[in-house]
Write a protein that binds this ligand. Structure first.
Ligand code: SF4
Ligand code: SF4
Length: 268
C-alpha cells in the first residue's frame, strides 16, 4: 500500500548548498508536471493515512501561491496530511505562515546546526534562517520542526550539534549526507543514537535509511518530479518507474525484494 509521496513543485532554488545532490547531478531542469492531476489521483486512492511532502529539487516557498493552491486542493480529503520542507530563507508574510498553520501543514526548516556548521554547507544562510524560524514561531506560537543533514563535521562535533537543537524542543529529522561528501550508514546511525538521548528525533518506519528508517523504495512511498515518478529523491538519477500520471493503484503493484535495513540504491 502506498502511504506517502513527495512532490517536487518546482525546479528552482535560491541556494546552492555544498552537498545538494539535485544540483550535483544537474536535476534542476524545469519540466512540466500536472500537480493537480497527481493530487486527484491521491484523492481517489487515499482512504487510509497518507502523507504528501511538497519537497524536492527546489525551494517550495519560492512558489508559495502554487503551494497554497495544492494545499487547498487536497484539504477536503480527511486522510491526507501535508508537510513541506523549506531552506528557511524565504520570508513569508504573517498571514502566509498562518495559512500553513491553519491547514495543519508541518513546516520543516532545513538547519544543519550551529552557525559555522550550517553556513559552511548552506551558503551562509544561518542568520536569515534563524530570522524566519523566529518569525514562524511568533505567528504560530511554536518552533517548526527541523531537518538537519549529518556530514563529517556534524559527526566530529556531535555534542555541539545536539546542544544547539536542545533550545527548540521540537522534532528533528537527521538525514545522512549522501553524494560526494557522504558519510557511511553506521556512522550516521551512531550519531542518531547519541542525539536521541537529548532530542526528539524522528524515527522512520518504511521510509528511508537516510532518515533513521528502513528503505521504502518500491514499497510504500514515491517521488514525483520532472513529470516522472522515481523510487525516491535520491534515486532521481536511476530510470524513472513511470510518468507522473501513473495512478497509485498501478504503483501499488510494484515490488522489490532486498534487505530494507540498507539503502536500495547503494546496493546496486
Ligand atoms: S536548499 Fe535544498 S534544493 Fe536548494 S540547493 Fe540547498 S539542498 Fe539543494
Ligand atoms: S533507496 Fe536509499 S535513499 Fe532511497 S528511500 Fe531507500 S534508503 Fe532512502
Amino acid at each position: 500500500m502506498v502511504d506517502r509521496i513527495c512532490i517536487s513543485i518546482n525546479n528552482r532554488c535560491n541556494l546552492k548548498c555544498r552537498y545538494c545532490h539535485f544540483n550535483e547531478k544537474g536535476h534542476m531542469d524545469a519540466c512540466p508536471m500536472d500537480i493537480i492531476k497527481i493530487l486527484d489521483n491521491v484523492k481517489r486512492y487515499a482512504h487510509h493515512d497518507f502523507k504528501i511532502g511538497f519537497v524536492g529539487n527546489g525551494e517550495p516557498l519560492l512558489d508559495y501561491e502554487k503551494l497554497k493552491e495544492y494545499i487547498l486542493c487536497i484539504s477536503d480529503n480527511e486522510w491526507v496530511k501535508v508537510y513541506t520542507i523549506t531552506n528557511g530563507t524565504i520570508a513569508l508574510e504573517d498571514k502566509e505562515w498562518d495559512f500553513l498553520e491553519n491547514h495543519q501543514v508541518n513546516v520543516g526548516f532545513s538547519l544543519d546546526g550551529y552557525r559555522e556548521l550550517h553556513n559552511r554547507n548552506r551558503c551562509n544562510s544561518f542568520d536569515e534562517v534563524m530570522k524566519n524560524v523566529n518569525a514562524y514561531k511568533d505567528v504560530t506560537g511554536h518552533y517548526p520542526t527541523f531537518n538537519a543533514t549529518v556530514g563529517k563535521e556534524s559527526i566530529e562535533n556531535a555534542n555541539q550539534v545536539i546542544h544547539f537543537f536542545e533550545r527548540f524542543g521540537t522534532r528533528i529529522t537527521f538525514s545522512r549526507m549522501i553524494g560526494q561528501y557522504g558519510i557511511p550508514l553506521d556512522e550516521y546511525r551512531s550519531f542518531v543514537k547519541l542525539a536521541e538521548k537529548n532530542l526528539s528525533v524522528r524515527q522512520g518506519g518504511f521510509d528511508c535509511t537516510m532518515y533513521s528508517g528502513k528503505c521504502g523504495a518500491g514499497k510504500n512511498n514515491y517521488f514525483f518530479a520532472n513529470g516522472k515518478i522515481y523510487l525516491c529523491g535520491n534515486c532521481i538519477d536511476l530510470q524513472p518507474i513511470g510518468d507522473s500520471g501513473t495512478t497509485l493503484y498501478e504503483l501499488e503493484k510494484m515490488s522489490l525484494d532486498f534487505d530494507r535495513n540498507f539503502c536500495y540504491k547503494e546496493s546496486l
